[in-house]
Design a protein around this ligand. Structure first.
Ligand code: FES
Ligand code: FES
Length: 193
C-alpha cells in the first residue's frame, strides 16, 4: 500500500514525483512554491498562498466565482493549472485596490450589487476584465459578457448598474482595452522568443 507522507500531503505535494517548483507572480509579488502538477491555480492561491478572496464555487468552470485576471484577461482559475501560469501576471481581488477601492469595487457597494457576497469577487474581476475588453456598449452586451458569472442571490440588475457607473466614474474602456491588447501582444511575443 502506498504510504502517504502526511506533511507532504498538507503541503500539497503528496506524491513527490508530481511536484514542481514554480514561481507565481500574484498582485505584483513573486511567490515560490512547490506544487503537485495537478494543482489548479485556484487551489494554489487559496490553499498555499492563503489568498482566499478568490472563491471556489463549482470547481468546474461553470459559475465564475473563481474569476481573476491573467495578463489582464479574464480566467476561471479552477480550469487552469498553477504550473501553466508561471511568468504571467496574476491579479486577484486582493490586488485590485490601490490605496483606495477600485472604481468597480466602489460601484458594487454603491449599487448594492451583491447580497451574500460569495460570487462578488468573481463578478468584480470579471467586470474589470469586461471593461478592459470594451464590451460594455449596451446593457445587453454587458449581460451577455457577464453571463459566465452566476449569482444565486440574483443581484444581476444592480451588477449591470454598477458596471455602467464604474465606467461613468472615469474608467475609459477604450484606453483600458488598448492596455489589455498590448499585454496580450507582449505575451504572444514572449512565447515566440
Ligand atoms: S469555481 Fe471556477 S467556475 Fe466555478
Ligand atoms: S451575491 Fe450571493 S451569490 Fe451573488
Amino acid at each position: 500500500m502506498l504510504e502517504v507522507d502526511r506533511e507532504r500531503a498538507r503541503a500539497g505535494t503528496a506524491y513527490p514525483q508530481h511536484a514542481f517548483e514554480i514561481a507565481l507572480t500574484v498582485n505584483g509579488e513573486e511567490h515560490r512554491l512547490s506544487v503537485d502538477a495537478r494543482t489548479t491555480l485556484l487551489d494554489a492561491l487559496r490553499d498555499r498562498l492563503h489568498l482566499t478572496g478568490t472563491k471556489k464555487g463549482c470547481g468546474l468552470g461553470q459559475c465564475g466565482a473563481c474569476t481573476l485576471l491573467v495578463d489582464g484577461r479574464r480566467v476561471v482559475s479552477c480550469l487552469t493549472l498553477a504550473v501553466m501560469n508561471q511568468g504571467r501576471s496574476i491579479t486577484t481581488i486582493e490586488g485590485l485596490a490601490d490605496g483606495e477601492l477600485h472604481p468597480v469595487q466602489q460601484a458594487f457597494i454603491d449599487h448594492d450589487a451583491f447580497q451574500c457576497g460569495y460570487c462578488t469577487p468573481g463578478q468584480i474581476m470579471s467586470a474589470v476584465g469586461l471593461i478592459q475588453e470594451g464590451r460594455t456598449r449596451s446593457d445587453d452586451e454587458i449581460r451577455e459578457n457577464m453571463s459566465g458569472n452566476l449569482c444565486r442571490c440574483g443581484a444581476y440588475v444592480n451588477i449591470v448598474d454598477a458596471i455602467k457607473d464604474a465606467i461613468a466614474r472615469g474608467l475609459d474602456p477604450r484606453e483600458a482595452m488598448t492596455e489589455a491588447v498590448e499585454a496580450i501582444r507582449q505575451d504572444a511575443e514572449g512565447k515566440e522568443t
